[in-house]
Design a protein around this ligand. Structure first.
Ligand SMILES: NC(=O)c1ccc[n+]([C@@H]2O[C@H](COP(=O)([O-])OP(=O)(O)OC[C@H]3O[C@@H](n4cnc5c(N)ncnc54)[C@H](O)[C@@H]3O)[C@@H](O)[C@H]2O)c1
Length: 411
């Protein structure tokens, strides 16, 4: 259930391992995009999708949730975003679990894979199944196995990534392991649903905190006139106790900007504080406004202001290699620059249009034709041509990946 960035590659993996797969998604637009192969996938999955679409007996898609009634196993892969107040938006997950519980039948295995708070599988599956008179571990089997896919990554195959799994009972665990063995070569069982839920929250919070630390070190290095990447590369030569994280314009995507808020929201109800996580999330959230402040400073060096300046953003995806702008810092940067009076455009070789607070903005395919007061480099896809960014153009490199030349600035 849910054929998005997680569900579709999972369905393709299960299909290629010989399972019959039914992919359910409430969005007919998404299903049409999959059918017409107009989806953001790594090359290996593109090939798999073609094969799957040519195998209608074993790969079926539907928008009807009831069609899952006959499935041996159901994997729930729906989105778990946050709202504008950074509070968990559980609507999709609640609806998906309700529709699963409604048609769930004896001997099925239900595996929740969406990132969520600790205790969610119990609240949204175990309790409602018990209310329907189904005994978990005997009549029906439930597990939580958080997803770890890294969209756009062709180097580390999805099924080479170990999969953590927690079962509601030992029988639930063994049924879930049988299904997940077709998704991942290595499974890591943990003792409970809650331990598996917490594992995912820890992983992504760990990343958020470390990205925030890398940003702080980048700022400090700037003050001390040091190259942050040289420092990180040198620290990364240590074979234990250090893992390189890179600074940037903020955090984007459907995971790191959202998941820690599921934990913080839950802790608030328990009156428990987590000051390090709170601080890290506040700092990374303030990063896009720092980009805009810095843009104003760079323009000031040329005697210009944001008001009236022509500014180009290079790369609006939240990271290289994906056509995904969910939570992308570029959207906030775009909107803040625009609200400060700049004429803003964007180029991105993977994205045609973006929605900036309800206004659709089309990509500029050839930015070389215009003259820019400032270019803000936000994401560099491997196919993005940045060779035209010569010394003639002032560049604010928020990726810290371009070489340092006279008219290149970092944050
Ligand atoms: N995208 C990632 O990099 C990533 C990585 C690891 C884990 N996750 C987690 O996986 C989950 C899914 O993320 P995603 O990126 O695949 O989301 P997505 O938005 O790409 O896809 C979710 C799909 O679910 C569909 N959907 C929503 N409600 C539904 C319902 N009731 N029934 C059926 N379909 C429904 C949507 O139409 C959408 O196509 C989230 O919890 C996320 O945190 C995502």
């Amino acid at each position: 259930m849910g054929m998005g960035y997680v569900g579709l590659p999972t369905a393709l993996q299960l299909h290629s391992s010989g399972r019959r797969v039914l992919g359910v998604d409430i969005s007919t637009r998404r299903l049409d995009a999959i059918n017409s192969e107009d989806v953001d996938l790594i090359p290996r999955d593109r090939v798999r999708l073609k094969e799957a679409l040519n195998d209608p007996w074993a790969f079926v898609m539907s928008s009807a949730a009831e069609s899952i009634a006959d499935a041996a196993a159901i994997l729930i892969c729906v989105p778990t975003p946050v709202n504008e107040h950074l509070l968990p938006d559980l609507n999709a997950l609640v609806l998906a679990c309700q529709s699963v519980v409604k048609v769930a039948s004896k001997s099925q295995t239900l595996i929740l894979t969406s990132t969520t708070y600790v205790g969610c599988t119990n609240d949204l599956l175990l309790k409602p199944l018990a209310d329907r008179g189904l005994t978990v571990g005997r009549d029906i089997f439930v597990a939580f196995a958080p997803e770890r896919i890294n969209p756009g990554d062709s180097k580390i195959h999805h099924n080479d990534v170990p999969r953590v799994v927690g079962g509601a009972t030992p029988a639930c665990m063994s049924n879930a392991v049988e299904v997940l063995a077709d998704c991942s070569k290595l499974l890591h069982p943990v003792s409970s649903l809650e331990a598996a839920e917490m594992t995912k929250l820890f992983e992504n919070t760990f990343r958020a905190v470390n990205i925030s630390l890398a940003n702080e070190f980048a700022d400090i290095s700037g003050h001390l006139d040091l190259d942050i990447n040289e420092v990180i590369d040198a620290a990364a030569t240590k074979p234990y106790g250090f893992m390189p994280f890179r600074p940037g314009p903020g955090i984007g995507g459907h995971c790191i900007p959202c998941d820690p808020h599921y934990l913080l929201w839950q802790l608030r109800a328990e009156r428990v504080t987590a000051p390090m996580i709170e601080t890290a999330m506040a700092l990374v959230a303030s990063r896009p406004s720092r980009v805009v402040e810095r843009a104003a400073q760079v323009l000031a060096t040329q005697g210009k202001t944001l008001a009236g300046a022509s500014v180009l953003i290079v790369g609006v995806a939240y990271k290289p290699g994906v056509a995904d702008v969910r939570e992308s810092p570029a959207l906030e940067i775009f909107s803040r620059l625009h609200n400060s009076g700049a004429a803003v455009a964007f180029t991105d070789c993977m994205i045609d249009r973006i929605d900036v607070h309800g206004t659709m903005v089309d990509v500029l395919r050839d930015p070389r034709e215009a003259k820019w007061d400032l270019v803000v480099v936000h994401t560099i896809h491997s196919d993005e041509d940045v060779s035209w960014l010569t010394d003639d153009v002032p560049v604010l490199d928020t990726t810290y990946r371009l070489s340092r030349e006279s008219r290149r600035y970092t944050l």
